[in-house]
Design a protein around this ligand. Structure first.
Ligand code: AMP
Length: 415
């Protein structure tokens, strides 16, 4: 199988490692890729969010499957353009990607499908925003309606800050605060059949102890030793299948990766958000544990044959990834810093580029993800931090508490 992978971040490096390790893959091309991905794929330059350019590249390279990593190409209709050329694409249509592209659309689908989620209002002016904030009370949750690369959400006790965020965004969803530990569940689907991957947890806030502003994600681990038994089955039954059925009923079947972001509240799991693609950095840990060949799984989802795919196999043990971020991230990351110690196994490249002088330089806020595995979560955590200690990037920072609450048994479900 020849595969074209779109994107150039940490998620795509993790996907590239999985695809390259599949014995069925004889050629892997990535566009635009990154210096880490270059170790396992041939890189091509293309604007991943340009449907015509991606479709032309897929035809030119004669690939059997296009795997679309980031959300922007999905929302732009890249999967539709590739399929129009008769080539299989892993990723939802532009229409179906609205589950991620519009928070208001996602809420509407959840309501119609009877999916348990936070109560919410879509607001476009200060008066209705203020009313919604007061109805739900603090902490206030205000979400930009459009795509915001995981950074359009403000959760705050400060009513004025909540109003300011709403004004900056224009159209927002104001919702009830959900208390409880968060879970990311990835589901591979062809629109009808659906296969859950291992649940993972990520860390959105920049600082230890969940302090500071939201980021794209500062680390992750899987599996979740504290997850209630039956959680995945419950979410498949109450969230995933009703959502897929509702999308099909609307004439926009969702095929690809449905990312279900959940809070495990006193009343059970509640959906915080849907995304239309693999999450970053949870992908790094989930795929580190997947034994089933990745390309075959994604190809089955892309060709409507997932029901016939064999059950997934997982490695024993656990995986932890710790993001090493550039100085100034998330507000104003400093790029161009020289990175050393980032070329070995377990180091996933997220925001790097190769400089003309051959050095590896930082090229984004989240620079590398140090990904360790081990027989249990404590060992995987130790392996990940050992890798972090080997990476040098002046001014960089990372969280020191990724997976520590889970290792120490400090995660509790309210109620
Ligand atoms: P989102 O982009 O919707 O995932 O939101 C980013 C982060 O904001 C989530 O991972 C949560 O930590 C937090 N968040 C979003 N919605 C809520 C909510 N209703 N209650 C509590 N926290 C939330």
């Amino acid at each position: 199988m020849r595969v074209l992978l779109l994107g150039g971040g940490g998620r795509e490096h993790a996907l590239a490692l999985g695809l390259a390790a599949d014995p069925a893959v004889d050629q892997l091309i990535a566009a635009p890729g990154n210096p880490g991905i270059a170790g396992v794929a041939e890189l091509r330059s293309v604007d991943p969010a340009d449907p015509a350019a991606v479709a032309a590249l897929a035809v030119e390279t004669g690939v059997d499957l296009v795997v679309i990593g980031p959300e922007a190409p999905l929302v732009a209709g890249v999967a539709d353009a590739v399929r129009a050329k008769g080539i299989a694409a892993f990723g939802p249509s532009g229409e179906a990607a609205r589950l991620e592209g519009s928070k208001a659309f996602a809420k509407d689908v959840m309501t119609a499908a009877g999916v348990p989620t936070a109560r919410a209002y879509t607001c476009t002016d200060a008066e209705s925003t203020g009313r919604a904030l007061d109805e739900f009370g603090a902490p206030y949750v205000v979400k930009n309606d459009g795509l915001a690369a995981g950074k359009g959400v403000v959760v705050t006790d400060d009513r004025a800050a909540a109003l300011r965020h709403a004004e900056e965004c224009g159209r927002v969803v104001v919702e009830e605060y959900l208390a409880g530990p968060e879970v990311s569940l990835f589901v591979v689907t062809d629109g009808e059949a659906a296969v859950p991957l291992l649940p993972a947890q990520d860390f959105k806030r920049v600082g230890d102890g969940d302090t500071g502003p939201n980021t794209g994600g500062m680390g992750a681990y899987a599996p979740l030793p504290w997850a209630p038994p039956g959680l995945v089955d419950e979410v498949m039954r109450d969230v995933v299948h009703p959502t897929l059925a509702e999308m099909a009923r609307r004439g926009a079947p969702f095929a690809g990766l449905l990312y279900v972001g959940l809070a495990i509240t006193a009343d059970g799991p509640r959906v915080i958000e849907f995304n239309a693609r693999f999450g970053d950095p949870e992908t790094q840990v989930v795929l580190a544990l997947l034994e089933t060949p990745l390309a075959g799984l994604l190809h089955a989802a892309a060709t409507g044959t997932l029901a016939a795919h064999p059950p997934l196999r997982w490695r024993d043990g656990a995986a932890v990834t710790v993001v090493v971020a550039a100085e100034g991230y998330p507000a104003a990351p400093r790029t161009g810093g020289v990175i050393s110690g980032a070329e070995g196994p377990g180091i996933i490249h997220a925001g790097t580029r190769r400089h003309d002088d051959g050095t590896l330089r930082s090229a984004g806020g989240r620079v590398v993800c140090a990904t360790g595995t081990g027989p249990d979560l404590a060992a995987a955590r130790e392996a990940a931090y050992e890798l972090v200690r080997g990476v040098d990037l002046p001014g960089s920072h990372h969280r020191s508490d990724i997976a520590s609450a889970a290792v120490e048994g400090r995660i509790t479900i309210p109620g």
